[in-house]
Design a protein around this ligand. Structure first.
Ligand code: IPM
Ligand code: MG
Length: 360
């Protein structure tokens, strides 16, 4: 039976980059017999404009029925004045929560062709291959109570709650352990156990789960140190596992090691391996509509979808090889451009990947 993929371009450059990723999927379908059907729906600010909500019921229903979801990005200055409850970001957080996508995998891999594009020295980043496992449906992003209240003296006070159940920590650490078993068998759990009780408990649970994986070397690091180590000596890491907010911050940091945030894909998985796939970058309103955004993170997200949700490892390899070949050819969007390479736009980059895919 054919697999159903829901495509959610979203806002800003989301539209442009998803167009290129869809071309890749269409090529796999037409040339290599990938048995898929694609549907498209609205999310984010675009959805708010059309349907009055950043995550319309219709979109959520389609997402629930789909085998996998491909998302571009959400947000933009146009919607910033809106109440936080209907801002585009709420659409993204809502779909993650509603689909139970608690495990966010964010690989940071340095393509050797891009060693010069990193702001760090090549010897610090060459060969980099880190997997950041970010908890995605809990923590301070969703904790109650939250809000802004007015004190007796008229001053406002804002508050959010960092909260995790043992079971939530247990399942995300297990995901990290399982991934590590297929890699270099090292997991670094990142917390702030010296200050925050919640993450002190996180560490205790991580230790317990670790006992079930005697082959995996489990270490712990405070988040401030982890941020520093990521830019000082990033190759010390294999798999990192951490909370929703720490993972948000550390994955942006890790992305720059690879040259550009425009290169990093992600997978957000539920208990059964159903997933949503998206580049880790945002909607980049400053360059939206100019045709210069890097589509590779989204195309690489398609590769992750093939691997994690569609059980099509060989197809995933094809996509990753096509991206590699395109980089070998010297094609670069502005974010990864360096002297001696050829600067191209979003569409030309997507076309080149499809051509490389066709050539096999
Ligand atoms: C990400 C983004 C989102 C997040 C925003 C857009 C809500 O930064 O996916 O990393 O904070 O999770
Ligand atoms: Mg982020």
């Amino acid at each position: 039976m054919s697999k159903n993929i829901l495509v959610l371009p979203g806002d800003g450059i989301g539209q442009e980059i998803v167009t290129e990723a869809v071309k890749v999927l269409a090529c796999l379908r037409d040339d290599y017999g990938l048995d898929i059907e694609m549907d498209e729906a609205l999310i984010g600010g675009t959805a708010y404009d059309a349907a009055g909500h950043p995550l319309p019921e219709a979109t959520l229903n389609l997402a629930r029925e789909a085998d996998a979801v491909l998302l571009g990005a959400v947000g933009g200055p146009k919607w910033e004045p809106l109440d936080i409850s209907v801002r585009p970001e709420k659409g993204l957080l809502g779909i993650r929560k509603e689909l139970g996508l608690f495990a966010n995998l964010r690989p940071a891999i340095l393509y050797p062709q891009l060693a010069d594009a990193s702001t760090l020295r090549p010897e610090v980043v060459s060969g980099l291959d880190i997997m950041i496992v970010r908890e995605l449906t809990g923590g301070i992003y969703f904790g109650q109570p939250r809000g802004v209240r007015v004190l007796e003296n008229g001053e406002k006070e804002g508050f959010n709650t960092l909260i995790y159940k043992e079971s939530e920590v247990d399942r995300i650490v297990r995901v990290a352990m399982d991934i590590a078993m297929k890699r270099n068998k090292r997991v670094c759990s990142v917390d702030k156990a010296n200050v925050l009780e919640c993450t002190e408990m996180w560490r205790e649970v991580a230790v317990k789960v670790g006992a079930d994986y005697p082959e995996v070397e489990l270490s712990h690091m405070y988040v401030d140190n982890a941020a520093m180590q990521l830019v000082r000596a990033p190759k010390q890491f294999d798999v990192m596992v951490t909370t929703n907010m720490f993972g948000d911050i550390l994955s942006d940091c890790a992305s720059m090691l690879t040259g550009s945030i425009g290169m990093l894909p992600s997978a957000s998985l539920d208990e059964n391996g159903k997933g949503m796939y998206e580049p880790i970058h945002g909607s980049a309103p400053d360059i939206a509509g100019q045709g210069v955004a890097n589509p590779l993170a989204t195309i690489l997200s398609v590769a992750m979808m093939l691997r994690y949700s569609l059980d099509e490892d060989a197809m995933a390899d094809r996509v990753e090889q096509a991206v590699n070949k395109t980089l070998d050819q010297g094609l670069r969007t502005p974010d990864i451009y360096s002297e001696g390479t050829r600067k191209v736009g979003t569409e030309a980059m997507g076309d080149a990947v499809v051509a490389a895919l066709r050539a096999g």
